[in-house]
Design a protein around this ligand. Structure first.
Ligand code: PLP
Length: 428
């Protein structure tokens, strides 16, 4: 059945504070809304420093997902009964909320996917593949997540094109001049992370997009790590595509977004076939629905999308400038304290970083370190962070990574440091 076109809701979801001012940022008030924070691990209070892998969820998101299954449990776009209408309204309402979050011009530019990974694959196959010829190039950077490397390798392998990385320096800063020199007539797409998950580097996306635009090359931005530390404005960035995942921005897993300029989406063929993405079907041939539904074949993750809508309401109701300043204070405290630990090296020291700190400790494998920290209640990630080329660039097989969200506290930074001291003592 044909999906309905999204319509703008009349309401603005963010609740204003007194006298219309935004509510002040208050970390304890935020923490009170996140149930998973309030537990013990191995008999110690949980210190969750793995939000770059996935963020913990506020109660309102959990409730929104529960409400779908407990009350508004119906398929979307295909029922005239009350439950389906409620589910469809909430589902399409979430699309408008994403449009607002990203500063996009039109809700039809918002495609729901399973996540950042699927959004990038969609662009690889639907947008790039038909335009790609032997000898062409996709320009990425050395600091990309595998999700922004491998999909391009797959399409390039089909035609004899190749993926070319622009270099970063020893701090993890992108060499924009070198990227500019790599941009050429063979370049069919520039694909870069807004924020690196392994290093915390925030790339100068608007500058890169301007360079690419001047060369007539479209730009995809992997925004998986940027949206949680927002704000993001896709129009100000000047990119063509932008991808992010709900689960990293306080929403549910299994949902993400591809934002694409409407002209691109309208020119793109479908990626997957099935229900909702068609206008007509016959055995002689089928015709396609308009964007965004053209790219949303089959029953979507309805509860996940509605949960993402709730996460956006929640986020936009906070004092985001205050939250960002708080995250930067956490980063500064952690960077300062970790820099003083003998034998510890921080991997990724770009100025203006997001609140992500990768590090290695002499004589202790990152996995062993993360296991010891876990026994102290401190959750960090250890490994290559799906960024093996970055690890290679810095000459390490893996790092331990502490990533801070707006619900973390300065005391938790201190707990991380105490746990690292304990690990050092064990290995001394
Ligand atoms: N890009 C970056 C920078 C990431 O950090 C991640 C996840 O860690 C991804 C892409 C992939 O996101 P997902 O697994 O949600 O599709």
């Amino acid at each position: 059945m044909k999906a309905t076109a999204p319509r703008e809701p009349a309401t603005s979801p963010a609740t204003p504070g007194p006298h219309g001012a935004p509510p002040a940022f208050d970390v304890e008030a935020v923490r009170a809304q996140i149930p998973a924070l309030h537990q013990e691990v191995h008999g110690k209070p949980l210190v969750y420093l793995d939000s770059a892998a996935t963020s913990l969820k506020p109660r309102c998101v959990i409730d929104a997902v529960e409400r779908v299954y407990a009350r508004d449990c119906a398929n979307v776009h295909r029922g005239v009964h009350a439950l389906s209408e409620r589910a469809t309204a909430a589902f399409e309402g979430a699309r408008h909320k994403v449009r607002r979050l990203l500063g996009a011009a039109d809700s039809r530019e918002v495609v729901f996917t399973r996540g950042t990974t699927e959004a990038i694959n969609l662009v690889a196959w639907s947008f790039l593949r038909p335009r790609l010829r032997a000898g062409d190039e996709v320009l990425v950077t050395e600091l990309e997540h595998h999700a922004n490397i491998v999909p391009w390798q797959l399409v390039c392998a089909e035609v004899g094109a190749r993926v070319v990385p622009a270099p970063i320096d020893d701090r993890g800063v992108l060499d924009v001049a070198a990227l500019g020199r790599l941009l050429g007539p063979r370049t069919k797409l520039v694909a870069l992370a807004h924020t690196s998950n392994a290093l915390g580097t925030v790339n100068p996306v608007a500058e890169v997009a301007a360079l690419a635009r001047a060369a007539g090359v479209p730009v995809l931005v992997d925004g998986a790590q940027a949206v949680p530390h927002g704000p993001v404005d896709v129009q100000a960035l000047g990119c063509d595509f932008f991808a992010f995942s709900a689960h990293k921005v306080y929403g549910p897993t299994g949902v993400g977004v591809l934002w694409g300029k409407l002209a691109h989406l309208e020119a793109m063929g479908p990626w997957q076939g099935g229900g909702d993405m068609i206008r007509t079907v016959s055995f002689e041939g089928s015709t396609w629905n308009d964007p965004p539904h053209r790219f949303e074949a089959g029953t979507p993750n309805i509860a996940g999308v509605i949960g993402l809508g709730a996460a956006i309401d929640w986020l936009l109701g906070l004092d985001l400038a205050g939250a960002r300043a708080h995250e930067q204070a956490l980063l500064a405290r952690a960077t300062d304290a970790l820099s003083r630990v003998p034998g510890l090296r921080i991997v990724g020291t770009a100025p203006g970083k997001a609140s992500v700190v990768g590090f290695v400790l002499e004589g202790v494998h990152p996995h062993d370190l993360a296991t010891i920290l876990d026994h102290e209640g401190v959750a960090v990630r250890a490994g290559h962070h799906c960024a093996q080329p970055v690890m290679r660039r810095f000459g390490v097989p893996a790092t331990a990574r502490a990533s801070f969200a707006l619900y973390n506290t300065l005391d938790e930074v201190d707990a991380l440091l105490r746990a690292i001291e304990r690990a050092r003592a064990l290995f001394a």
